[in-house]
Design a protein around this ligand. Structure first.
Ligand SMILES: Nc1ncnc2c1ncn2[C@@H]1O[C@H](COP(=O)(O)OP(=O)(O)OP(=O)(O)O)[C@@H](O)[C@H]1O
Ligand SMILES: [Mg+2]
Length: 258
């Protein structure tokens, strides 16, 4: 049943947050169920801080944060834990246990689930690994894997909790372009097959173009663009134009070197 008060799955309403300086200033955006929002912008503009608010780890100084169609702004910790079962975050490092194999890492997350049925654990672990194309690395240790593979394992581990939404913070940083395309394919598959809602913070505009429905561009704490992916290129804001132009130059630079 549509929620009339909070129709969007995630929404920021006039969110502001100041640390030693204003980091978010009256930020508004939303993400609808099953959609992917990309948050882009230069280093230090508040991208990870935005995700911290979605997880309820950070509280806004003013404004409202809606997650899973509920106002979490002043929600007590016990209720936030319930929200964090639905909305999970994939960390840049992957945060895997080095002493456990890939399969054991997934199993560990699975066993945290209260409704977990121990009968079929092998099948579930294999299913999750297949979902991210990693069936063949089940018995390897994280140290044996490239960064891209570790990210994919971290995604499979997050899926073990059967979330409705995944937050990805820089999923392709330090990953080579081919593997980064694979990470993008995995994200698209989860969106299409599991109808997962997601937010991806990224510097990787190829990834953004591949997976995003909507984009928010943060500049000095303000959302200077929030709208459909396909209208971003036409955005007249000078900082957005500059950012996109720099990215094109970087790509040309790479081609020139070859
Ligand atoms: N818990 C905190 N306490 C104080 N300041 C913080 C805290 N978290 C973030 N900041 C500051 O807020 C600003 C925005 O940080 P944030 O991590 O969101 O940047 P970002 O856009 O994710 O950058 P990057 O692309 O480098 O990851 C930075 O100046 C950072 O130092
Ligand atoms: Mg960050």
């Amino acid at each position: 049943m549509p929620n009339q008060q909070f129709p969007h799955y995630i929404e920021f309403r006039q969110v502001s947050k100041t640390f030693d300086r204003p980091v978010l200033v009256n930020v508004n955006f939303w993400v609808n169920p099953g959609q992917t929002l990309a948050i882009i912008g230069r280093s230090g503009v508040g991208k990870s801080v935005s995700l911290g608010h979605v997880m309820g780890f950070l509280k806004p100084d003013s404004g409202q944060v809606i997650v899973s169609h509920q106002d979490i702004t002043h929600m007590p910790e016990a209720d936030l834990r319930r929200i964090r079962k639905k909305v999970t975050m994939v960390f840049q490092s992957g945060a895997l246990f080095d002493s456990l194999t890939v399969g054991e890492n997934i199993l560990f997350s699975l066993e945290l689930r209260e409704d977990y049925d121990f009968q079929n654990k092998e099948d579930v672990v294999n299913g999750l690994l297949d979902m991210v194309d990693l069936g063949h690395v089940r018995d390897l240790y994280p140290a044996d894997l490239s960064t891209g593979y570790k990210r994919a394992v971290a995604i499979a581990r997050a899926l073990a909790a059967q979330p409705e939404c995944i937050l990805y913070d820089e999923p392709t940083t330090m990953v080579d372009p081919i593997m980064s395309d694979d990470v993008g394919n995995v994200m698209l598959r989860l969106k299409r097959q599991l109808s997962l809602t997601s937010i991806v913070v990224t510097h990787d505009l190829d990834l953004m173009r591949k997976v995003a429905d909507t984009v928010m561009f943060l500049y000095k704490g303000e959302a200077i663009y929030f709208g459909p992916l396909d209208e971003l290129e036409a955005c007249e804001h000078p900082h957005v134009k500059y950012f996109l132009a720099m990215d094109r130059l970087e790509i040309h630079g790479k081609i020139d070197e070859e």
